[in-house]
Design a binder for this molecule. Structure first.
Ligand SMILES: NC(=O)c1ccc[n+]([C@@H]2O[C@H](COP(=O)([O-])OP(=O)(O)OC[C@H]3O[C@@H](n4cnc5c(N)ncnc54)[C@H](O)[C@@H]3O)[C@@H](O)[C@H]2O)c1
Length: 382
C-alpha cells in the first residue's frame, strides 16, 4: 500500500457515537485503500477522568475538557461532533471558522434556522464536511439506491418507513442529563422526529427525491418527568410519537411513523418502496438483506426474493470477507469514513453534506409545524 497522509482527528463526545466513529477510524485502513490515515489525536469530554479512560481504551493520544481548546489546536485537522444536538451548531460554526474539516452527527441542528447558519459557516469557510446519516451506507440500502437509479422500479407510487422503539414507556424515567438528554427538548430539539424520523427522511430523500408537502401528528404520552439536572418534575417538551403523510416531488405518496412506545421494538427501522415494475423492502434488524419483487419475472416464478447482500458485486462487500458472509451495523460507519477519505483526497465533501442534511432538517421542521398547527405544510426549499 502507498504511504498515507495523516488526518488528525479531534473527537468531541465519547458516548455511543464516539465509540462507533472511533472504531471506524481504527478499522478503515485495514479494509479500504484510501490516501489518508486517521490519527486519533485527541478526544474531548467535560469529565477529564472519563475522557482519559476513553482515550486509553481507544488509543487517543491526548484529552481536552473544553471543545474550544480542541478547535483551537493547530495539530487537529478534523473535528468530529458526537455530542447532543443542542451543541452541534456552536461547535461546528467555531470549527468552520478555524478552518477545520467537520464530521457532524445527525440531526444537523435543533431547527432549520440553526442548520442554515451551520451550512452558511461551512460554505463560507470552504471546509470539507459530512453528516453521519450512516444508514445510507448499509450495503443493502446502497443497493436499493442502485436499483432505483437504474430504473428497475419504474415510476414510484409509494414510500413507507417506520422507526419503532420502546425504551421510554416507563413513567419513572427522568429527562435530561447523561443518557437521557433525548427526553429533554432543550438538548434534543425534538423527540422521535429529529432522533429517529430524521434517519428515515434522509434515506427517503436520497432514494426517492424531495418531499413537497406534509401532514403530521405528534403525541407526548408522558406529559411530565423529573429532570435529572434540576431535580424538579417538569413538562416534557419532546414528541414521543410522530406519524406523517407526505407527497414527494416525483408524485409518489409517503407514510412515515416513529415512536418510542412500541412495546417489544428496540430499533425497528424498515422501509418499503412500491414502483410500477418492482418493489423493495428493507429491515434494519436483518440489515444485510434486501427484499425485492420484480413484476418482470416469469409468472410461475414471480414472488418476493430475499437478496443476501454479501457478494463482491454488491456495494462495499468486496472490501470485506467472502460471498455469503455478512457484516453489521458498525461497518456503516467504516464505509462513511472510507468514502469520506476517498472524497477528501479529491478535495470534496461527502454526502450527506451539511447542505444535504439541511434538507432533512427542513422536512423535520415542516413535520413539527404541521403537527402543531394541525394543517398541511409545504417543506421550505433549501
Ligand atoms: N448516526 C446515528 O445512527 C446516531 C445514533 C445515535 C446518536 N446519534 C447522534 O449522535 C449525537 C450523540 O449521541 P450519542 O448517542 O452518542 O449520545 P451519548 O449520550 O451516548 O454521548 C454524548 C457525549 O457527548 C458528551 N457531551 C455532552 N455535552 C458536551 C459538551 N458540551 N462538550 C463535550 N462533550 C459533551 C457526553 O459527555 C457524551 O460523552 C447526537 O446528536 C445523536 O442524535 C446518531
Amino acid at each position: 500500500m502507498s504511504e498515507k497522509k495523516a488526518l488528525n482527528i479531534g473527537l468531541v463526545g465519547y458516548g455511543f457515537m464516539g465509540r462507533t466513529h472511533s472504531n471506524a477510524y481504527k478499522r478503515v485502513n485495514d479494509f479500504f485503500d484510501v490516501a489518508y490515515r486517521p490519527v486519533l489525536k485527541a478526544v474531548c469530554g467535560r469529565d477529564k477522568a472519563a475522557a482519559q479512560a476513553f482515550a486509553d481504551n481507544w488509543g487517543y493520544e491526548s484529552v481536552e475538557t473544553d471543545w474550544r481548546k480542541l478547535v483551537e489546536r493547530k495539530d487537529i485537522d478534523a473535528i468530529d461532533i458526537c455530542t447532543p444536538n443542542n451543541t452541534h451548531a456552536e461547535i461546528a460554526i467555531a470549527a468552520a471558522e478555524a478552518g477545520k474539516i467537520i464530521l457532524c452527527e445527525k440531526p444537523l441542528a435543533m431547527d432549520l434556522v440553526q442548520g442554515q447558519a451551520m451550512v452558511d459557516a461551512v460554505e463560507k469557510a470552504g471546509v470539507i464536511n459530512t453528516v453521519w446519516y450512516n444508514y445510507r451506507r448499509v450495503p443493502a440500502v446502497t443497493l436499493a439506491k442502485q436499483l432505483i437509479d437504474e430504473g428497475r422500479l419504474g415510476r414510484i407510487f409509494h414510500y413507507r418507513a417506520e422507526f419503532l422503539q420502546d425504551w421510554t414507556i416507563s413513567t419513572d424515567l427522568p429527562q435530561g442529563g447523561a443518557g437521557l438528554w433525548r427526553l429533554d427538548a432543550a438538548a434534543a430539539g425534538s423527540g422521535v422526529t429529529g432522533d429517529l424520523l430524521a434517519h428515515c427522511i434522509d434515506t427517503a430523500l436520497w432514494l426517492n427525491g424531495h418531499i413537497s408537502t406534509i401532514s403530521a401528528m405528534t403525541e407526548t404520552f408522558i406529559k411530565e418527568r423529573k429532570h435529572t439536572q434540576t431535580g424538579k418534575v417538569q413538562p416534557v417538551g419532546i414528541d414521543d410519537a410522530c406519524a406523517f403523510l407526505c407527497r414527494f416531488e416525483n408524485g409518489s405518496l409517503g407514510l412515515f411513523e416513529s415512536t418510542r412506545y412500541a412495546r417489544g421494538h428496540k430499533a425497528l427501522y424498515t422501509f418499503e418502496i412500491n414502483g410500477e415494475k418492482a418493489s423493495i423492502k428493507w429491515d434494519l434488524q436483518d440489515l444485510h438483506r434486501l427484499d425485492y419483487f420484480d413484476h418482470g419475472d416469469d409468472g410461475i416464478l414471480r414472488g418476493w426474493r430475499s437478496i443476501h447482500v454479501t457478494d463482491g458485486d454488491q456495494p462495499y462487500m468486496k472490501h470485506w470477507w467472502v460471498p455469503g458472509l455478512q457484516i453489521g451495523y458498525e461497518h456503516t460507519f467504516v464505509h462513511q469514513v472510507a468514502d469520506f477519505l476517498e472524497n477528501l483526497a479529491k478535495g470534496e465533501s461527502t454526502a450527506p453534506t451539511f447542505r444535504d442534511a439541511l434538507a432533512t432538517q427542513a422536512v423535520c421542521d415542516a413535520v413539527l409545524d404541521s403537527a402543531e398547527h394541525k394543517k398541511w405544510e409545504a417543506v421550505v426549499p433549501v
